[in-house]
Design a protein around this ligand. Structure first.
Ligand code: FES
Length: 214
């Protein structure tokens, strides 16, 4: 991950709106939607289409070439023909400044730890509550298992807000996809754990703030 650099002023980007910028040697799209800012690569993983030229619809940005849609919060595609996520980058607001830190820069060697996996899992957003699954308290545990070929398997214990949660398959699939892209990861196993059952007191303060629960 690179240092945070200022890329724009908050007032440069209407809500909803987006701008395409060059940061370091990358073209990225900074998106403003629902009061929040996000940053993803300006590159469609299907065939390199310029996502910054695409139409926005809520949290989705459609590639202008063949229409694949990407979730701007995670970079994960929700429709064909794209199947791989585009890179998403860290973004923070300081006063009037929009700051971006690029992921997966040359030389990045993030060690594979349980904490690093938890950070990656924050990119998985519950589609009904719009809060990431870590802050929702859905992750009961992460373990990393060494393999003989020097790669590692990751095992994730995940719960659901209810046993019949319709978002379950999507949360499992997105978690496997995002963690599976981490360096040195071979297989990702997600085990659903319903005991103890999830309860709202597992949520972090950030999640409570986002949901307006005090
Ligand atoms: S290049 Fe984006 S959908 Fe084909």
């Amino acid at each position: 991950m690179s240092e945070f650099v200022k890329v724009a002023n908050v007032s440069d980007i209407p809500d909803p709106g987006k701008i395409t910028l060059e940061v370091g040697d990358r073209l990225v799209v900074v998106v403003h939607v629902d009061g929040e800012f996000y940053c993803i690569d300006d590159v469609c993983t299907h065939d390199g289409g310029p996502l910054g030229d695409g139409e926005m619809c809520g949290f989705e940005l459609a590639c202008p070439r063949h229409g694949a849609k990407f979730d701007v919060r995670t970079g994960v595609p929700s429709t064909m023909p794209a199947t791989e996520p585009t890179e998403s980058h860290q973004l923070k607001i300081q006063g009037e400044d929009v700051l971006v830190s690029l992921n997966n820069q040359e030389g990045d060697t993030m060690a594979l730890t349980e904490d690093a996996v938890m950070e990656e899992l924050k990119k998985v957003i519950d589609p009904e509550l719009f809060v990431n699954i870590v802050d929702l308290g859905l992750i009961y545990g992460v373990s990393i298992v060494d393999r003989e070929d020097e790669q590692k398997d990751v095992k994730i214990d995940m719960t659901m807000t209810s046993p019949a949660c319709p978002a379950g398959p999507q949360l499992i699939g997105n978690s496997k996809q995002i963690v599976g892209q981490m360096e040195d990861v071979c297989e990702v196993e997600v085990k659903i754990v319903l005991d103890p059952p999830w309860s709202p007191d597992r949520m972090t303060d950030d999640a409570r703030d986002q949901l307006g629960i005090f």
